[in-house]
Design a protein around this ligand. Sequence first.
Ligand code: TYD
Ligand code: MG
Length: 458
Amino acid sequence: MPKAKTAYVCTDCGAEHPKWQGSCAECGAWNTLSEIVLQPAVKSAGAARGGYAGKAAGASQVMPLTEVALTVEARTLTGIGELDRVLGGGLVEGSVVLVGGDPGIGKSTLLLQMLGTLGVQLPSVYVTGEESLAQVASRAQRLGLPLAPLQALAETCIERILEQAAQVRPRVLVIDSIQTIWTELLTAAPGSVSQVRESAARLTRFAKETGTSVFLVGHVTKEGGIAGPRVLEHMVDAVLYFEGESGSRFRVLRAFKNRFGAVNELGVFAMGDKGLREVPNPSAIFLSAHAGPTPGSAVMVTREGTRPLLVEVQALVDQSSLGNPRRVALGLEQNRLAMLLAVLHRHGGVAAYDQDVFINVVGGIRVQETAADLPALLAVLSSLRDRPLPEKTVAFGEVGLSGEIRPVPNGEERLKEAAHHGFRRAIVPKANAPKSGRVGELEVVGVERLGQAIDACR
Ligand code: TYD
Ligand code: MG
């Protein structure tokens, strides 16, 4: 038997290298190269390369786009509004969606509920590689789903899954989870990079050829990536992440990539004893209930996706006993925090080099936009001085390296949301502030420099 051809893929960025090396030449990450077997991938070149040839796998021709018949992708509403929103307006026929998240966050529950509400409208098969059929059935019953239209399969071998799918012809196929699936073509262990990659490629091809919508459940590694190579993210049409704190009942579903809709769209759910419930109006759930003003707490209006959300940013600044003080950011970007502290020192005249700085976004949600800069800085400052920010104050704005406060998109909408929730004062970039200086009852203070923002908090 000829020796199997292998390559090394970076589990962080998905780059392929012919030889093993300590760090990835593409993204520079250390110890992320993992061996994959290329042999069967060669047979199915299109899918293994991370793309798919579409239905016409034969000869393809160059065509002017004007001659391409425009097809509107067929969408079906899943019946779960928040999920439809994140998917970009419903489920697309033949699409492959990767749903990632920590274990126990509710991925299986959400997808089972989705199949339940789709019911007879779209026949489905739920493939479980982690739980027994009895467990799935009892969960469906406990969730109060109609059992009759639900079909499940306990199987982990991709060949047998596809065989069954070809017979039953479901319109929706859920694979829970992709890490348990393996192919007979490879000798690598299930869950290894080559197995995950090859199985996902086969499922992607199946989806495109049959028009079946496929959902892949993926676990998240400690580092926050979906276990297995990033290649998985390139292969699928949409990547949804399920986020939330284990202690909190709120869960946020976020579109991280979506070929059929906007990214960064958020869907909000609450986990209860009857499974996940939608929270269609989530704007104030990420505020913690303080009895009064507390040092180290700032409220911001973020606009992830298409809805403004009020979110609390907390900071704790404490004398450090380490030579190299700690900077820990949960829910915000770590490097951004280091940068903000440098700006605070240079342009705000406030030093924190001998202090540990911890920062946390309440509710376990992640804020990716730069509008969090100003509230994060104000929270740090408030904790450092042990003085609360003025009551009923919100803030948002990007902080530049020269200490300027830059505008962020959709300022007006954010301000309206803050006014709607009874806030009295908003500290925002000057360009985002209305000329009148008010939005309803909300007094809007427009600032151009960090120093002005600090003054506005007195
Ligand atoms: P699950 O969907 O199994 O998570 P995942 O598939 O992402 O690993 O969710 C399991 C958690 O959800 C578990 O900790 C129990 C909780 N849960 C409820 O609180 N209520 C419910 O109705 C269900 C089904 C689960
Ligand atoms: Mg599960």
